[in-house]
Design a protein around this ligand. Structure first.
Ligand code: SF4
Length: 402
């Protein structure tokens, strides 16, 4: 990936499938466990119509890529569909570069040889497994459906058919000890996963967990303990040969997350489906963001003749008038959570703003918490990625107020 240029001219495709067999109590995504097979089919048909409209409108965005760099089926639980995605995948692959990463999120309880063969046939080449924990107590605490044995078996089966497999784990669940977390990490690194996403448990929106915390019926783990779990992950993943690419993401050499890399480094992504967020950096001086309505039951887009029609008919919450300050803050805060950091001269080329470190930033550079190298990259020390928000504003202001 070119580290310097904005825009990156890379366009990812995200497709959101909101269907789940049951609802996990920490989950704040757009999802539903109440749906019929007919509704599922008509939702996938709607995704296909929306994709058709967008591809027709490609030429209206000067300089925008005309093929997808990566594809990601997220949810919800995309592993609740198998052969139903074959027609839309055939269309997607015609507009996707050769060798692109094509990921499908799956839950361990849905993994079997037959579904893996269908997904491979459909053109999926990477599975992202929502394991969350290998610990029986942890799975119970997180209200997951699968067992430790099923999770281990699922990773083994996925690796039989797919060379690239991500495993998601959550840390900070109620009752989790440091030893539990070490065991989870140890099983993960021995499982054959080529990529790992390790997230701390959050209590967001109106999830059952967030409501329990608000009523004092559940206690969120404190920040210092969470940071301890993060430090353990940094050490154990490194010892096992994984490279740390982003605060929550590690990979074995050669298995960087290509699609997620677009989110972290300012790339474009078209997101189709209920509640999905899109960003096109080629649309407007600092890109345009928009979000689709979260109501999947009414997700039946009318055909649109042009880009304006797509944006106004299919989406709400369009943010087209983004200014330079908002862009800088976004690029800084997402880049400072990654190994690549941010490129000072690329930001200057795009915005005209140079970096003039404010006193706190100068001090952090002197202390080695932040590194500025001779190539113009600015990095946070890995252990500070977890507390990136404390530095992002300083760095952004060091550009804006220079
Ligand atoms: S965590 Fe995944 S499986 Fe659980 S409710 Fe959310 S989207 Fe569905």
């Amino acid at each position: 990936m070119n580290k310097k240029a904005f825009p990156l001219h890379k366009l990812g495709l995200y497709l959101h499938l909101p269907f789940c067999s049951r609802i996990c109590h920490y989950c704040d995504f757009v999802k539903s466990a109440l749906y019929s097979e007919e509704q599922k089919k008509s939702y996938i048909d709607s995704l296909e119509h929306l994709l058709d409209d967008y591809i027709k409108a490609w030429d209206e965005i000067p300089g925008s890529p005309k093929e997808f760099y990566s594809v990601f089926w997220g949810g919800g639980t995309p592993s609740l569909v198998t052969h139903e995605i074959i027609p839309i995948m055939q269309k997607i692959l015609k507009h996707t570069r050769a060798g692109a990463e094509v990921t499908l999120e799956a839950n361990p309880e849905h993994i079997n040889e037959e579904s893996l063969k269908i997904w491979a046939l459909a053109g999926i080449n990477r599975i992202s497994l929502g394991v969350q924990s290998f610990n029986e107590e942890g799975l119970k605490a997180l209200t997951r459906e699968h067992s430790r044995e099923k999770a281990l078996e699922a990773v083994r089966l996925v690796r039989k058919y797919f060379p690239n497999c991500n495993v998601d784990l959550i840390y900070g669940w109620p009752g989790q000890t440091e030893k539990d977390w070490e065991e989870d990490l140890s099983l993960l690194t021995k499982s054959g996963a080529t990529h790992a996403s390790l997230y701390n448990l959050t209590f967001e929106g109106s999830t059952p967990f967030a409501r329990r915390v608000a009523r004092g019926k559940m206690e969120a783990i404190d920040d210092d303990r969470l940071y301890g779990f993060y430090e353990t992950a940094c050490k154990m993943m490194k010892d096992a040969g994984y490279e740390h690419e982003e605060v929550s993401n590690w990979h074995l050499p050669g298995f960087e997350a290509q699609h997620n890399g677009l989110y972290w480094h300012g790339g474009s992504y078209l997101a189709l489906g209920a509640g999905a967020h899109s960003f096109l950096e080629e649309l407007g001086p600092y890109g345009t963001r928009w979000q689709q309505s979260g109501n999947w039951r009414t997700f039946v887009p009318e055909p649109a003749a042009n880009l304006q029609g797509i944006l106004t008919r299919h989406y709400n919450q369009i943010d087209a008038d983004r200014d330079v300050e908002a862009w800088i803050l976004e690029v800084v805060s997402s880049g400072l959570r990654t190994a690549r950091g941010i490129n000072i001269s690329a930001i200057k080329d795009k915005t005209g703003y140079s970096l003039e470190p404010r006193p706190i930033l100068k001090q952090a550079i002197d202390l080695g918490l932040i590194v500025r190298d001779e190539k113009g990259q600015l990095f946070l020390n890995e252990l500070e990625w977890f507390r990136e928000t404390r530095w992002s504003l300083e760095v952004a202001l060091s550009f804006i107020q220079a």
